[in-house]
Design a binder for this molecule. Structure first.
Ligand code: AQP
Length: 325
C-alpha cells in the first residue's frame, strides 16, 4: 500500500480552508493508502504562541481530525512533538539544505514581512516539514496550494540526500485538489483564509451556524450581480461558488446554471446551507470526543506506531551521514 503523510499546525482555530483544501482529502485517502496524519505542533512554535492555548489547540485539532472521520484503527494519528525522530531528522536535513533555497520560500517571506524579528525556526520550518514527510517513506502528500512549494523543496532535499549519501528517502509527490486548493477570505477575497488571522472573513470549523450565516452574508462580492465563476474579475463570488460546490457536492458549473438570473443573496443562502450541513455533524462529534479522555489514548498509541515506523529511516539517514548509530 502506498503511504500518505500530511499534517496541520495547531496555530489557531481551524478554518474551512484547512478542511476543504486538505483535511477532507485526508479522510477520503484512508480507503486506499496507509496514512500518517499529524498535529504538527513543533511547526506552531515558529511564531509566538501562548503555551496553554497551544496545548489546548493541539488537543482540539486532534479531536477535529477524529470528528471529521480520521479512523485511528486505519490511520496513524499522532502529535509531532511526541515522536522525537521528527526533530532529529530535521537537524540532519538542515545540514543538507541551503540558505538560498530556504530564503526563496514564499511562506517565510510572507510571515517575516514587516516583523521586527523572526525566529530561526520560521526560517528552517521547511526542513522540519521535509523530515515529517521523509521519515515515513511517503509516496503522497495531500496539501493545499500554499504548501506545494514546501513539498517541492522536500523533493529536492530528498533527491540531493540520496545522490550524496545513497538511496535513503522515497521522493514524495504533492497532491493538490483541482478545486478548493486555495479557499479565500470572505472579507478580502484576494487573500487566503488563514487560521492565524483574526479576520471576520474566515469561517472556523467550530463556528456556530448563526456565526457562519453572518460571515457569509457579509462576504464581499461585486456590483455586477451576474452569477458567473471568474476568480480574477469576481474573486468574492467565485470563492463562494467554490465553497458552495465543495460543501454540496455539486460542480461550480451546475451552480452557475442553478443561480442564473438570481441575485447574490440566493447564492449566499445556498452557501450557508451547504457549509452548515457539512460542519454541523463534525461539531457534534467533536463535542462528544472532547468530553472524554479518548483522544489522549489515541494520540499515545499513534505516537508509538509513528515512532516505530520512523525509526528505520532515521537510523539509515544517520548511518549514511557518518554518525555512529
Ligand atoms: N485557505 C486555504 N485553502 C486551501 N487549503 C488551505 N490550507 C491552509 N489554508 C488553506 C491547507 O491546510 C493544511 C494545513 O495547513 P497548515 O496547518 O500546515 O498551515 P498553513 O498552510 O499555513 O495554513 P493556515 O491556516 O494559513 O495556518 P497559519 O495561519 O498558522 O499559517 C495545508 O495542507 C494547507 O495547504
Amino acid at each position: 500500500m502506498k503511504r500518505v503523510f500530511s499534517g496541520v499546525k495547531p496555530s489557531g482555530n481551524l478554518t474551512l480552508g484547512n478542511y476543504l483544501g486538505a483535511m477532507r482529502h485526508f479522510v477520503a485517502m484512508q480507503a486506499d493508502y496507509e496514512c500518517f496524519y499529524s498535529v504538527v505542533d513543533l511547526h506552531a512554535l515558529t511564531v509566538p504562541q501562548d503555551p496553554e492555548a497551544l496545548r489546548q489547540q493541539a488537543i482540539s485539532l486532534a479531536a477535529l481530525y477524529l470528528a471529521m472521520g480520521i479512523d485511528p484503527e486505519r490511520s496513524t494519528l499522532f502529535m509531532q512533538s511526541q515522536v522525537p525522530a521528527h526533530a532529529e531528522l530535521s537537524w540532519l536535513l538542515q545540514c543538507t539544505s541551503y540558505m538560498g533555497e530556504l530564503s526563496r520560500m514564499t511562506q517565510y517571506k510572507e510571515k517575516a514581512e514587516g516583523q521586527e524579528s523572526v525566529t530561526v525556526g520560521l526560517f528552517t520550518y521547511p526542513a522540519l516539514m521535509a523530515a515529517d514527510i521523509l521519515l515515513y517513506q511517503t509516496d503522497i502528500v495531500p496539501v493545499g496550494e500554499d504548501q506545494k512549494q514546501h513539498v517541492e523543496l522536500t523533493r529536492d532535499i530528498a533527491v540531493r540526500f540520496n545522490n550524496r549519501f545513497g538511496e535513503t528517502f522515497r521522493v514524495p509527490e504533492p497532491v493538490i485538489p483541482r478545486v478548493g486548493a486555495r479557499i479565500m477570505s470572505l472579507s478580502e477575497p484576494t487573500k487566503k483564509m488563514s487560521k492565524s488571522s483574526d479576520s471576520f472573513g474566515d469561517i472556523r470549523l467550530l463556528d456556530e451556524p448563526s456565526v457562519i450565516k453572518k460571515k457569509i452574508n457579509r462576504a464581499v462580492t461585486d456590483s455586477e450581480a451576474v452569477v458567473r465563476y471568474d476568480p480574477v474579475a469576481k474573486p468574492g463570488l467565485s470563492n463562494l461558488l467554490v465553497i458552495h460546490a465543495l460543501c454540496s457536492g455539486e460542480s461550480v458549473a451546475a451552480l452557475e446554471e442553478r443561480y442564473a438570473g438570481q441575485g447574490y443573496g440566493a447564492v449566499k443562502k445556498g452557501t450557508i446551507e451547504a457549509v452548515v450541513s457539512v460542519l454541523e455533524p463534525i461539531q457534534v462529534r467533536y463535542r462528544e470526543l472532547m468530553a472524554t479522555d479518548e483522544i489522549l489514548d489515541i494520540l499515545t498509541a499513534g505516537a508509538i506506531k509513528a515512532q516505530e515506523a520512523a525509526a528505520p529511516t532515521l537510523r539509515q539517514a544517520k548511518q549514511a551521514m557518518g554518525l555512529n548509530v
